[in-house]
Every structure is written in C-alpha cells, then in structure tokens.
Design a protein around this ligand. Structure first.
Ligand SMILES: O=C(O)CCC(=O)C(=O)O
Length: 269
C-alpha cells in the first residue's frame, strides 16, 4: 500500500484544489465497506429514511454508527487528519460529517462546494474533504467531477451559469482503494454512472472547530464512546461543545486527552 505523502497532497491542494493518491486502502477492505454500505442503503430505504440525495445519488450518513469496526478507523486515519491540520492550521479540527456516496445511475449530481464560505485565500479554508474510492472511479462509473483552480475563485458554483461547459472541468479516474482530497471551496459534482457497475465512495469532511457539524456526533451513546481514540473524541466534537449554561465551564475548546472515560461524565462537563 502507498503511504500518503502529506506534504505532496497539501502542495497539490494549493495548486489545483484537489489531489488523488492511488493504492492507499486494501481492495478487500474496500469491498467489505462497500458491501456494508449496500446493506445500510437497503435498510434506510426500507425504513423510509430521508437524505439530501437527489436523482441517481444514494447517500448513507455516518456509517460508523452501524459498523464502527469498518468505518471508525478511517475517521481518525492519520494522513487524513494530518492533511486537514496542515490546511486548517491545527484549528482543533472536527469531523463535520462522513457518508457513503453511491452513483447509482446515469444522472450526475449538481455542482457544489462542501465548505460554507466562498473562499479565495487558501489560508481561510474552513473545510477539507478526504475520501476513499471503494469501487473504481472513472468517466463511465461516475468518478467525481472537479473544476481545478475553482478553489481560488471565491465564487459559489451554484451561481455560475453553464458551469458544465467550463473547459477546466475533469472527471477523476482512480482505482478502488485510492484516497481523494478536496478543499471545501473546490467545485465538484457526483458523476453519472451509466455502466451498471457499483460505485461507492466514503467521504469525510473535516472542519475548523467553530463550524457547525452536519450531525451532533456526540449523541452516539456510551457503547460507541468507549471505542474512541483521543483524536476521535476531538473529531466527534466532545472537546468543543459549548458549555450548557453560565456558572461552570466557560471555555468551549478543551483538551481531548483530559476528557473523562465515562460517557455520562463527558456530557456533564
Ligand atoms: O460521490 C461523489 O462523487 C461526490 C460526493 C459529493 O459531492 C460530496 O460528498 O459532496
């Protein structure tokens, strides 16, 4: 397997707004994760659960809740966290959200950015995306589309007319087991998948601590909490919860290494 060169990824993110590293995750592990996401997608459909996905896009949010054994190790995967820390200036980085993302038909998604601001100065980046391609990504199977250079535009892609005709748009081709990275402000889009082949990716969004995350990960319950590393505790927001009320703790950011082992106690701080 390839060891991710964090410096190289950061350089490429500065230059192009996205980066790809092949051969990072064992294809057998990718297969297990993709099969688990298939099961979770079928279960959420049977329960009638809603997601923000439209068209041929299927999303399974927070799969670590159902299969912590498969998904938790990638939440605090050191190279992902290192890349996020480099670009977010070690700003007590948290996990905004994570999801399995499946391109399940020919319809592509909508061009968007995942960060919450139109950023043109890389020093002001609020979010970093890392992903694992659990199946092969290509033009035919629904590889992610990106607009290199868009990370310096300071423009929201939803406001760009005829964005699909822009010449810089490209489709990421990356075999199963690759790592992808984007800046939160980089324009990107789910590619349509006319191939009939499965195409899952596992996407993780890391943010500065003061960005409101997609879900309240700290409501995960005691069983999952007992499985967390110190970095997980930080990423899931246990060390950046605002105090409940005045009169006790007054600072929001805490040292994750000093958090109590008991779930009840950590929520009572
Ligand atoms: O699955 C993909 O290719 C893209 C997913 C995406 O757009 C996102 O996670 O914001």
């Amino acid at each position: 397997m390839t060891k991710i060169d964090v410096r190289l990824v950061v350089k490429k993110l500065h230059e192009d707004g996205y980066a790809v590293v092949e051969n990072v995750v064992d294809p057998r592990v990718c297969e297990e994760m993709a099969a688990a996401l298939d099961t979770m997608a079928a279960e959420q459909k049977a329960r009638g659960e809603r997601t923000a996905a439209v068209g041929d896009h299927i999303v399974v949010y927070s799969p670590y809740l159902h299969r912590p054994d498969l998904f938790l190790p990638w939440v605090d995967f050191e190279p992902f966290v290192d890349v996020a820390n480099e670009l977010l200036q070690n700003d007590h980085v948290i996990l905004n959200g994570c999801a399995g993302s499946c391109s399940a038909g020919p319809q592509h998604g909508q061009a968007h950015r995942d960060g919450c601001l139109n950023v043109s100065d890389i020093a002001c980046t609020t979010d970093i995306l890392a992903a694992i391609t659990l199946d092969d990504f290509s033009e035919k199977t629904g590889g992610t589309h990106v607009w290199p250079g868009s990370h310096l535009s300071g423009v929201n892609p939803k406001a760009v007319p005829n964005i699909l005709e822009r010449p810089e748009r490209l489709v990421i081709s990356a075999p199963k087991g690759s790592a992808l990275f984007f800046l939160g402000q980089t324009w990107h889009m789910l590619g349509g998948n006319p191939s009939g082949k499965r195409r899952w990716g596992f996407f993780l969004q890391y943010s500065r601590w003061f960005v409101k995350p997609m879900f309240s990960h700290h409501t995960m319950g005691p069983e999952l909490y007992s499985k967390l590393s110190v970095m997980h505790k930080q990423l899931f927001g246990f060390s950046s919860r605002p105090p409940d009320r005045p009169g006790g703790r007054s600072l929001t950011v805490m040292d994750p290494a000093k958090l109590p082992d008991s779930y009840d106690e950590v929520l009572a701080i």
